[in-house]
Design a protein around this ligand. Structure first.
Ligand code: ASP
Length: 317
C-alpha cells in the first residue's frame, strides 16, 4: 500500500463559505500531482522522499499557493522562503531559511538532506548552495504576484492605521483574505514501507525581517521517523512552542493516528496556533485534521484521489 497526501495551507474563521474563483486552479494542481505522483509511487518508481519533494515542487510552481512563486511578502515588501524535508527510515533531514532566489526551496532542502551535513542552511549561503546544486535562481521580483502585492498593500494600510495591534502586524497569510491561503506540504508512504515529509512556505504577510516560522524547523513544521511522517500549517510560533510535528509522532506511539492528530491541534491552540496537519504512518493510515475554516488538502490512496478544501472532500462532478 502506498499513500501520498498534500496540503496547501489552512486558515480562516467561521463556517466554510464555499469555493472562491481561484480555488478550482488550486484543486486542479493538487489533483494532477496526486494522480501522477501517486501512480508512480504505487508502481514503485518513486521513493517517499522523491514523492514529497516532487509534490511540494509542483505546489511551489502554482502561484496561488504561498510557497516558491507567489509567496507572501514580508514587512519590507520582499519575499523570503523557508522549507524542510525529512526521510523517516534514517531521519535524514534538510532545512533552508530565508531563501530569496531559489525557484524551488524544497529542492535546496533535499540537496542538503542528500549531502547529510549540515542539516540547516540560512540566508544567501542557502541560495548559493542551491545554485551550486543546479537549483534555478531568480531575481527577487520574479516571486511576486499581483495577488500577493495586493495583500501586502492591504496589510500595510491596516498596519499604519492608528490603534493597530501587534497581532495585526503579522497576519497569517490567509486570515481575512479570500485568496491568500497557501503554505504547502506533503507526506508519503512508499512500496518499501518508508515514509517522508516536506513543507515549504513564504511565511506570513508582513512578517518582520528575519522572522522564521515552524516550516523549516525539524520537529515543529516537519517530521518523519520509522513510523510516521507529518507536515504542519498554521501560526508557526505556536507550532514551534509545542514542537507540533514531533509531538504527533510521540503521541502516536501510544494512541491511534487520528487521536494523536487531534491531540496535537488541541495542544497548539492555547498558544494562539490555529492550523492543521497531514500525517501518514507505515500502516498506510492517513489523517488531515484542521481547526480552521478550511485546509487545502488531498490524498492518493488505493489508486484513488480525493481533494478537499472545506469540511468534506469535493465530490467529482
Ligand atoms: N506555518 C507557516 C509559518 O508560520 C504559515 C502557514 O502555514 O500558513 O510561517
Amino acid at each position: 500500500m502506498v499513500v501520498l497526501a498534500v496540503h496547501g495551507g489552512a486558515g480562516g474563521d467561521g463556517p466554510w463559505r464555499g469555493m472562491t474563483d481561484a480555488d478550482p486552479q488550486r484543486v486542479a494542481c493538487m489533483t494532477a500531482l496526486l494522480e501522477s505522483l501517486g501512480a508512480q509511487l504505487a508502481a514503485g518508481t518513486l521513493s517517499a522522499t522523491d514523492a514529497v519533494t516532487l509534490a511540494v515542487e509542483a505546489m511551489e510552481d502554482e502561484a496561488l499557493f504561498n510557497a516558491g512563486l507567489g509567496s507572501v511578502m514580508d514587512e519590507s515588501g520582499s519575499v523570503s522562503m523557508d522549507a524542510s524535508i525529512m526521510r523517516g527510515e534514517d531521519r535524514a533531514a534538510g532545512a533552508v531559511i530565508g531563501l530569496t532566489a531559489s525557484t524551488h526551496p524544497i529542492r535546496v532542502a533535499r540537496h542538503l538532506l542528500e549531502q547529510g551535513w549540515p542539516v540547516v542552511l540560512a540566508g544567501p549561503a542557502a541560495d548559493e548552495f542551491g545554485a551550486k546544486n543546479g537549483v534555478e535562481q531568480n531575481e527577487a521580483e520574479w516571486f511576486v504576484t499581483d495577488l500577493r502585492r495586493a495583500q501586502w498593500t492591504k496589510w500595510k494600510e491596516q498596519r499604519l492605521r492608528p490603534g493597530a495591534t501587534d497581532e495585526e502586524d503579522a497576519l497569517l497569510d490567509h486570515d481575512g483574505e479570500e485568496d491568500g491561503w497557501g503554505t504547502v506540504g506533503a507526506v508519503a508512504l512508499d512500496v518499501h514501507g518508508n515514509v517522508a515529509a516536506a513543507t515549504s512556505t513564504g511565511g506570513m504577510t508582513g512578517k518582520p525581517m528575519g522572522r522564521v516560522g515552524d516550516t523549516p524547523i525539524i520537529g515543529a513544521g516537519t517530521w518523519a521517523d520509522e513510523r510516521v511522517a507529518v507536515s504542519c500549517t498554521g501560526v508557526g510560533e505556536a507550532f514551534i512552542r509545542t514542537v507540533a510535528a514531533h509531538s504527533m509522532a510521540v503521541h502516536h506511539r501510544t494512541m491511534p493516528l487520528e487521536t494523536a492528530g487531534d491531540r496535537v491541534l488541541d495542544e497548539v491552540a492555547p498558544f494562539g496556533g490555529r492550523g492543521g496537519l497531514i500525517a501518514v504512518n507505515t500502516n498506510g493510515e492517513v489523517v488531515m485534521p484542521f481547526q480552521t475554516m478550511l485546509m487545502y488538502r488531498g490524498v492518493y490512496q488505493n489508486g484513488a484521489v480525493e481533494v478537499g478544501i472545506g469540511p468534506s472532500f469535493i465530490q467529482p462532478s
